[in-house]
Design a protein. Structure first.
Length: 241
């Protein structure tokens, strides 16, 4: 595939989800893909090694979150890994201040390389475990929005992510075909975490025709001191799911 084929695949794929990608943005997203695929040879960043599949399943999938992300403000990507969807959001939306958070330091070092090489000025990195960092007063109840993809099943994910979000802010959980089932499992914990379910946005990814669902939650009050529970407790609670 030459660059113009990749570009048109990315641009038309995003367009099918209602997202406009400019020429410059497409070039930067494809440059990001090259960096990930190159690094993926020495570090486990993504299971998707084929460029066409990467464009649809990583780039366009990440772009889909833009359908529900707010305008301007701070965004935290919890468990960003190779930078998905955080890097994509930062490239697309200079009005967002993106925090790329993960427990694995070497992945964040790679993301530092990425932001430097691509000239991404609106992203910074944060290393640590979600359930610990969200107790830090600088992080707690403070982000305008949070997003997370492929990190944990919904009830546990909500306990990881919602404590970071300010009252009135939103959490976008990027889910697949089991979204409705996970939403049901998370029914009780949602209120306990001072949040309410606000919408679900179902979509089908171009290319592979895979189903995706963006679950959006709104924070209704600051998180109770009781959450998140300790890692040992969480492990026991969620080990068999
Ligand atoms: N969001 C990326 C990565 C998914 S892999 C993507 O969609 O491709 C899951 C990532 O979450 C890993 O990088 C792992 O280090 C991170 N992670 C898992 N549990 C975490 C926790 N409790 N706190 C911080 N990061 C966590």
């Amino acid at each position: 595939m030459d660059i113009s084929q990749k570009k048109s695949m990315l641009v038309s794929g995003a367009e099918s989800l209602g997202i406009g990608v400019s020429d410059d943005q497409a070039e930067r997203l494809l440059a990001y893909m090259e960096l990930v695929l190159e690094k993926n040879r020495v570090m486990n960043l993504t299971a998707i090694k084929d460029e066409e599949r990467f464009i649809y399943l990583n780039l366009v999938d990440s772009l889909s979150a833009l359908r529900v992300l707010p305008e301007a403000g701070t965004l935290i990507d919890v468990g960003t890994g190779a930078g998905l969807p955080g890097i994509v959001a930062a490239v697309m939306r200079s009005d967002l201040n993106v925090t790329l958070m993960d427990a694995t330091e070497k992945k964040l070092r790679f993301l530092e390389e990425v932001t430097a090489k691509l000239g991404i000025a609106n992203a910074s990195i944060l290393c640590g475990r979600a359930e610990e960092l969200s107790r830090d007063p600088r992080c707690r109840d403070s982000f305008d929005a949070a997003v997370s993809r492929a990190v944990a099943r919904l009830p546990l994910l909500m306990e990881y992510v919602l404590p970071f979000v300010r009252k009135g802010g939103i959490f976008v959980a990027m889910k697949g075909a089991e979204a409705a089932e996970e939403l049901e499992e998370a029914r009780n914990i949602t209120a306990l975490l001072s949040a309410s379910f606000s919408s679900s946005d179902e979509l089908v990814l171009p290319g592979g025709e895979e189903a995706r669902c963006l679950l959006v939650f709104e924070k209704t009050a600051p998180t109770s001191e009781a959450y998140p529970r300790r890692n040992s407790v969480l492990k026991k609670l969620y080990s068999n799911r």
